[in-house]
Design a protein. Structure first.
Length: 304
């Protein structure tokens, strides 16, 4: 196999090792400049009672076989050091070392997340659809999490307007959650992009959805929160977006909640009453975003 494939396979093998934190693995590989070398050090650690007899070559070969199998299913696997890894994710603390994608992968610097409650009101669904339609008609990518409620309304409206939408999911890419959104997920994979940071067969967990929110925030230039209760994942995303230095736009619909009123005075947060005001806020944000993300990659991997 070529060097680039071997490095990607070594990263997969590393992330499969027990008791290793994925963020630590990414940091170690970034610092060293080679997943193969880091894997060699991990596998070479010898316990006096339990010698490590695994072979680096065997681990890399097995991982390469899995990469080929995923690719044959139409799944693209991106390591954080790959040139086509989304550049905007490289500057967040929660950067996933691997991404599994289906669909049209392209630079999405002009992307806005539209998120909100699963148990959405009729008014919330109307606002989500209106916002997503307006964004799509302006050539802005609509990002959401494929959950029922606001997410579904945003994806569907973007598609109906002939725009691009990206679904960042909280399960493995072979899974469909909720089950009712399977046709929508498959359609987005055909005309847009589906992204997962989890192993392809991973089931949804309590922890996976906040992790998904972090990636959705990092992928997007800003987050629009349409409707979200005190314990909503959209509230989590608003907090993460501010940590990531991404602007947050809150609709008047969400301002009925204490958390939203507390957020409203924070730097980077705007409150918009009505679609026209919201779009003005979004357009001002996008005016500060370059057409193509100008974020640096990892030059130590450039020769792979």
């Amino acid at each position: 196999m070529d060097r680039a494939t071997a490095e990607r396979a070594a990263l997969v093998a590393l992330l499969r090792q027990p008791n290793l934190n994925w963020s630590d693995v990414a940091h170690d590989v970034q610092e060293d400049g080679s997943a193969l070398r880091v894997l060699g050090r991990v596998v070479g650690q010898v316990d006096t009672l339990l010698p490590d007899e695994r072979s680096v070559d065997a681990l890399v070969e097995a991982a390469a076989d899995d990469l080929a199998a995923w690719q044959s299913e139409g799944v693209t696997v991106l390591a954080f050091f790959d040139d086509d890894y989304p550049a905007q994710l490289r500057d967040i603390r929660e950067m996933p070392p691997l991404l599994f994608t289906r669909g049209d992968l392209r630079p999405d610097a002009r992307a806005i997340a539209v998120v909100g409650s699963r148990e959405a009101s009729d008014r919330g669904l109307e606002i989500a659809g209106s916002v997503a339609t307006s964004l799509a008609r302006r050539g802005v990518t609509v990002v959401s999490g494929l959950a029922k409620g606001i997410d579904t309304a945003a994806h569907q409206a973007a598609l109906a307007a002939g725009g691009r939408t990206v679904a960042v999911i909280g399960t493995g890419i072979r899974r469909h959650y909720p089950a009712a959104n399977r046709p929508l997920q498959e359609h987005i994979a055909e005309v847009g992009l589906v992204i997962s940071q989890f192993w392809p067969d991973s089931a949804p967990t309590k922890q996976s959805f906040p992790m998904r929110n972090a990636v959705m925030s990092g992928y997007s230039a800003a987050t629009v929160v349409v409707e979200a209760g005190e314990r909503s994942g959209a509230r989590i995303q608003a907090r993460l977006a501010l940590q990531h230095g991404r602007p947050v736009v809150l609709t008047g619909q969400v301002m009925r909640h204490d958390w939203a009123r507390a957020f409203a005075d924070r730097p980077g947060v705007q409150v918009a009453h009505g679609t026209a005001e919201l779009m003005e806020a979004v357009e001002a944000i996008l005016a500060r975003v370059p057409a193509v993300a100008e974020l640096e990659g990892f030059p130590e991997f450039a020769s792979l």
